[in-house]
Design a protein around this ligand. Structure first.
Ligand SMILES: [Zn+2]
Ligand SMILES: [Zn+2]
Length: 253
């Protein structure tokens, strides 16, 4: 007789999806649910659906349609981990919580921003991002604000969450004070804006409040066994690329 409990249904549904996915040796599956403006990832771990970041409001329908394709039309979300609280990562947090019942996880240092629905824009690290910030302040003075939402679980220190032993959450300040990374099975790291890969050659974020802490966080990531890093914007980054760029930015040759 077939034991249906052996089947991981979310995984079976996902076979037909066009979305990029990665599977760890422990069979935890990570999907890139959305990638246009900023990336949204889904971790399917021990039959729990854990979303990482939410992208912008304009893409809500597309994101939830993609989740229906991966999971099933009546899906629910167990947790939503916010790598940080910039608007392009959490504009859909409140609506997702209301409609899909997920508990929101964020670093304690940015809980206030989420509760207020406003995070300060980060400092620019290069001339092009300085220009972007100036134009935003003139033409989009409201940017950075979003629907406020109450977080459920606050991260205060590096930890393995009780609901999924495959994950480890690391505090990686630099891009913002409460940036966190999610390490999956010690193999793949979801890094938010701690790394960027919009342009192939460069991975340094165009915005960062604390550049010195950012390099310490890169070093922290390099001290994990992870071989692959999935950023909040752009494509995956290999460990070799991070090592090379870390040495370039710290002069540690
Ligand atoms: Zn950001
Ligand atoms: Zn971002």
């Amino acid at each position: 007789m077939i034991n249906f409990q052996c089947f991981n249904f979310p995984f079976l549904f996902s076979i037909f999806t066009h979305m990029k996915r990665w599977t760890t040796t422990n069979n935890t599956v990570i999907f890139r649910v959305f990638e246009k403006r900023s990336n949204v990832y889904l971790i399917v771990c021990d039959s729990l659906n854990i979303l990482v970041d939410t992208s912008r409001k304009a893409y809500y329908k597309e994101i939830t349609e993609n989740l229906k394709e991966i999971l099933d039309p009546g899906f629910s979300l167990d947790y939503l981990i916010l790598t940080h609280t910039h608007f392009d990562h959490c504009e859909n947090a409140r609506r997702l919580k209301e409609e899909y019942g997920c508990e929101i996880i964020v670093h304690k240092a940015e809980a206030d921003y989420l509760q207020r629905g406003a995070s300060p824009l980060p400092k620019a690290t290069m001339w092009i991002s300085r220009l972007v910030l100036r134009l935003q302040r003139i033409f989009l003075p409201e940017i950075g604000q979003y629907d406020p939402v109450e977080p459920d679980i606050l991260i205060e220190q590096d930890q393995t969450p009780s609901f999924c032993k495959s994950l480890r959450i690391l505090h990686t300040p630099g891009h913002s004070v409460g940036s966190i990374c999610v390490i999956v099975d010690q193999e793949i790291a979801l890094v938010g804006d701690t790394l960027f890969r919009v342009v192939k050659r460069f991975i340094y974020p165009p915005f960062a409040d604390q550049p010195v802490n950012l390099m310490q966080s890169w070093n922290k990531l390099l001290n994990t066994p992870c071989k692959l890093f999935l950023p909040g914007h752009g494509h995956m980054i290999e460990q070799e690329k991070l090592t090379e760029q870390y040495e370039r930015h710290t002069g540690d040759r």
